[in-house]
Design a protein around this ligand. Structure first.
Ligand code: SF4
Length: 700
């Protein structure tokens, strides 16, 4: 790290990487950012940070950043730099022509979980009120949409139940399908702190993540399940709890629907759901399943933390509901130290979902078919809204291939790299007449774009992010946006969306993101008491914030569930259609590493790349030996969907029969091999189970 000079001023802002939401003092010298210092008063991080937030901000000035608008007639044409006026007029002409000829349903938009709440709110408003359709979706489609479905169904709201500090009151931590020390490092450290104080740990993960064993920490149980069998494992745990009389019936009688509980209890008690019967499916020893269930039910305050290893499955929504069942059955809801806590991936994925980014929900998770709610928005916006849910991302791509979907506005999202079945995504994009990418870099999706609108980084804007504990925090402008055409510009992303809306014929007159937040608060009961002024005053607020004198809700469902009575849901284990066999005998699962972030668009353009210069394939020594592979050898990773080449990392962190890789580098393109199977309720792709073969290869 090269210090540029002594800082002259500092601005407190929020990290734009993961869902922990650490706050920093951005120290400036003139217009140059000197360093990011974790802020001791940050409510989510208490002065801590990881190597991403602390060091990986140099991408903001990277030479590859695009700062001028660009257009081209065909995707095979070279890009042409144009003024903001020309780019926006060109975009509006194309979008209006599509709408006139094919109707509003031929258009759609994708919001960004990297952008602020205010920016996301405006994109969904543009699609609904400007385009005239509900074809709006978000990257949560490919990560935590099952959390939205599962927790809304069982508890009544689509969010985690606890604040991070609650973990300090936990006696047993159950971590399933999450790798907090790599993906949510600051919270991972807090977990370790509690574990070192004596809390017990149960890890359910096909891979031996760092948390399983580290200095002074050893999991009481690591259940290395076969990928794709989460529901079977959770059903086996529930079987033990119910049949051994360990359920908290007092809690269930007062807080949940008793009849639904009995139906669920009858289901899980069936002998076919015993650990001994499910051992062959899950590959977890029955004795460990029994021991883990007893520990969770009798060990005191039990808290469940989960990640994409839960949601990115064909049974993602069922797994979330099975987790909720387990928490309710053991009375672990509504007080410090317990709860169900999805570890949200991106800095503002919680916020993008809260702000109405789903095709069936208006901001605040209210269904578009609810006439009373819709009328409120219609009166405020002066438009008529379509009462029917719109298309999800995969459906937009299908419709493009059918010729009925023609124009897409994508803000801050690289769907070609992040969505499953890359060839399908590419074909869908190529079939569209107008693809607008609004981003920092010419990402992979931009290869299929006709219009590129340069975006602004988190250092160049003011607004709010909402972290995994529903904490709304200010993002404050540190420097002016770089995206000027020389005459106009220096625009925050919400300003670009407003310009596009007005070019289409809307009449939006927002003068600040604070004004957008006033509209959000007016239309969204869970944000009723949120304003930039109050956030400046209090540092942060955790929704629901019901009014201007309300200080927010660190813990939810304290006296009653948001939906009234907690709802037990029967979740039958159904094996995925993705099966291993003689041709593809191994199961691939994917994940993240500490120094890189998601598809790497930012971190790969910083010095952090030195820590993780390539994606490697973890393979068990036995599987490696059977293929004549040594550590570092090049291998071909092939599935029914496609193939890629990368180097092997021989390790017993993965079990025999399982391989694992990260997806941070575009040259690896791990999603070339993933399938198009998806969650039954939400279409969240099944990234975590792909049948593959691994064979020796050579450098590409
Ligand atoms: Fe904190 Fe996450 Fe940013 Fe790391 S990446 S500094 S843990 S918010």
């Amino acid at each position: 790290i090269k210090l540029i000079g002594k800082p002259e001023r500092s601005v407190v802002t929020t990290c734009a990487y993961c869902g922990v939401g650490c706050t920093f003092r951005a120290e400036m010298r003139g217009e140059q950012l000197v360093r990011m210092v974790p802020w001791k008063d940050g409510k989510a991080n208490h002065g801590h940070s990881c190597v991403k937030g602390r060091f990986a901000w140099g991408y903001a000035n990277h030479a590859e950043r695009i700062t001028k608008p660009m257009i081209r007639e065909k995707i095979t044409d070279p890009w042409r730099e144009v003024s903001w006026d020309e780019a926006l007029t060109y975009a509006a002409t194309k979008l209006n022509a599509i709408r006139d000829q094919h109707g509003p349903g031929a258009l759609g938009g994708i919001t960004s979980s990297r952008c602020t709440n205010e920016e996301t709110f405006l994109v969904q408003k543009l699609v609904r009120a400007g385009f005239g359709t509900n074809n709006v979706d978000t990257c949560a489609r490919v990560c935590h949409s099952p959390t939205g479905y599962g927790l809304k169904t069982t508890f009544g709201t689509s969010a985690g139940t606890q604040d991070f500090d609650s973990v300090m009151f936990s006696d047993v931590l159950l971590v399933i399908g999450a790798n907090p020390t790599d993906a949510h490092p600051v919270f991972g450290s807090k977990m370790k702190q509690r574990l070192r104080q004596g809390a017990k740990l149960i890890v359910i993960d096909p891979r031996r993540i760092d948390l399983v064993k580290s200095p002074h920490i050893e999991a009481a149980y690591h259940l290395p399940l076969q990928p794709g069998t989460n529901v079977a494992v959770l059903t086996a745990l529930a079987h033990v709890i119910v049949t051994e009389g360990l359920a908290d019936e007092d809690f269930i009688r007062t807080r949940c629907d008793w009849d639904e509980y009995q139906e669920w209890a009858d289901f899980v008690s069936n002998e076919r759901h015993s650990p001994e019967k499910l051992e062959a499916v899950t590959r977890v020893p029955a004795a460990d399943l029994r021991g883990a269930a007893r520990l969770f039910a009798t060990g005191g305050n039990g808290a469940i933390y989960y990640g994409l290893g839960v949601t990115e499955h064909s049974q993602g929504s069922s797994t979330v509901m099975a987790i909720a069942n387990l928490a309710m059955a053991t009375g672990n809801i509504g007080r410090p130290g317990v709860g169900v806590n999805p570890l949200r991936g991106q800095n503002n994925v919680q916020g993008s979902c809260d702000m109405g980014s789903f095709p069936h929900e208006l901001p605040g998770y209210r269904h578009i078919s609810d006439t009373e709610v819709r009328t409120q928005f219609e009166e405020d916006w002066g438009v008529t809204l379509d009462p029917e849910p719109g298309l999800r991302i995969p459906n937009m791509l299908d419709a493009a291939l059918d010729g009925t979907f023609k124009g897409l506005y994508i803000q801050g999202e690289d769907i070609l790299q992040s969505d499953p079945d890359t060839r399908h995504v590419a074909a869908g994009l190529a079939a569209m007449e107008c693809v607008i990418v609004h981003d920092l870099f010419l990402n992979e999706t931009a290869n299929y774009a006709h219009i590129f609108l340069p975006g602004s980084t988190f250092l160049e804007k003011t607004g709010t992010f909402t972290n995994a504990e529903r904490r709304i925090q200010m993002v404050r402008k540190v420097m002016e946006p770089a995206n000027t055409d020389g005459v106009k510009g220096g625009y925050e992303d919400w300003q670009v969306t407003q310009l596009l809306a007005n070019a289409l014929g809307c009449d939006w007159q927002y003068t600040s993101s604070a004004q957008i937040m006033q509209e959000i608060a007016r239309l969204t009961p869970t944000f009723a008491g949120v304003s930039h002024h109050r956030l400046d005053m209090h540092g942060s607020l955790q929704w629901p914030v019901t009014g201007e004198d309300h200080l927010g809700s660190p813990i939810m469902h304290v006296d009653a569930f948001v939906r009234g009575k907690g709802k037990f849901m029967v979740t039958e284990y159904i094996p995925t259609d993705e099966r291993s066999g003689p041709r593809y005998p191994l199961l691939l699962t994917t994940g993240r590493i500490l120094s890189q972030y998601n598809v790497g668009a930012q971190t790969r353009r910083t010095a952090n790349t030195a820590w993780h210069p390539e994606d490697r394939l973890e393979i068990h020594p036995t599987d490696a030996e059977n293929r004549g592979l040594k550590d570092g050898d090049w291998v071909k990773l092939a599935s029914r969907a496609g193939e890629t080449t990368l180097r092997a990392l021989v390790t017993d962190r993965v079990a025999p029969g399982v391989v694992y890789t990260t997806f941070h580098h575009p040259d690896t393109q791990a999603n070339v091999v993933t399938t198009d199977f998806s969650d039954w309720a939400t279409n969240c792709p099944e990234y975590k189970v792909t049948a593959v073969q691994v064979t020796p290869s050579h450098a590409p």
